[in-house]
Unconditional design. Structure first.
Length: 286
């Protein structure tokens, strides 16, 4: 088995966060009410199972865990055979889409204690995510699990390094396809320039991002817009010319689509999703 550091501390990009959902019947008002009750943690060794064990242990709540698959657990919850289920997934999760208001199921809040903040990010579940499970005027506090696209740190020049390099190139170049409907909205949360503290980016991924002028150490969003542009292409235009061309492109996009929000501005994720079209536009109008 390869050294753990080479497997677990090399990454391509930070992915999106996944929220922790605890769904229970109306007779359960808080996580503390689940003490000594049956709670489904998910199949053994799954992300949900591992996270549920950590959270309940951190909160000092002892339950009777079960390990059903999530669809089976949902049916058992509906039948009253278990008191709650824990599911880690990006919101909105498909598992909860067909739950009716009259089934008397709801999400339990998870307080982000200092201990939990060491490993998880505070998050919330809103009516926009789950209109039939959340009050319109409130949000359910929870925590989220961060994810990274990790790879084995193959030595440069090896065949497996070249294979991972081809995957990295294909993933970055086609990411904008995944960020468009009908794909899950969580894909639009990915910021490939974001770094992961304590981890080392795979060399080919770092090279690709540098060539694309995403600026791994530059927090400016505008520096990340030219993801598909090589260094030579970027150098062909002065910064002022490039900014003017992008402004022209945004105006063009505004006339052609409804990508802009009601204020007529692009938010960060929308600007990032347009990078491939901007590259093509720049090449045509240079």
């Amino acid at each position: 088995m390869p050294p753990v550091s080479m497997v677990c501390e090399t990454y391509v990009t930070k992915m999106y966060d996944q929220e922790v959902h605890i769904l229970a019947g109306r007779e359960i008002n808080s996580i503390a009410d689940l003490a000594s009750k049956k709670v489904n943690f998910g199949v053994r060794d799954s992300g949900s199972n591992l996270t549920a064990n950590v959270i309940f242990r951190a909160l000092g709540i002892t339950v009777e865990p079960t390990s059903f698959s999530q669809p089976i657990a949902l049916e058992k919850l509906r039948q009253g055979e278990i008191s709650a289920l824990v599911y880690v997934a990006g919101k909105p999760a498909r598992l909860f889409q067909n739950i009716r208001p009259d089934e008397n199921l709801h999400f339990l809040p998870i307080a982000a204690t200092d201990h939990l903040r060491e490993s998880y990010t505070p998050a919330s579940l809103t009516a926009e995510d789950y209109p039939d499970l959340t009050d319109a005027d409130g949000a359910i506090s929870t925590v989220a699990v961060g994810n990274v696209l990790a790879v084995y740190n193959w030595p440069a020049g090896t065949e497996r390094y070249r294979k991972v390099t081809r995957f990295v190139r294909a993933f970055f170049e086609r990411l904008h396809d995944l960020q468009a409907p009908p794909h899950h909205p969580k894909w639009r949360d990915i910021d490939v320039a974001a770094s992961v503290p304590g981890w080392t980016r795979f060399a080919a991924a770092k090279q690709w991002i540098t060539k694309a002028e995403l600026g791994i150490h530059d927090s400016s969003r505008d520096a990340r817009l030219l993801e598909g542009v090589t260094q030579r292409e970027a150098a062909a235009l002065k910064p002022q010319e490039r900014n003017a061309l992008f402004a022209e492109f945004v105006d063009y996009q505004k006339r052609q689509t409804r990508t802009l929000n009601s204020a007529g501005l692009l938010d960060a994720r929308q600007r990032y999703a347009l990078f491939a079209e901007f590259v093509d536009y720049q090449k045509r109008h240079r």
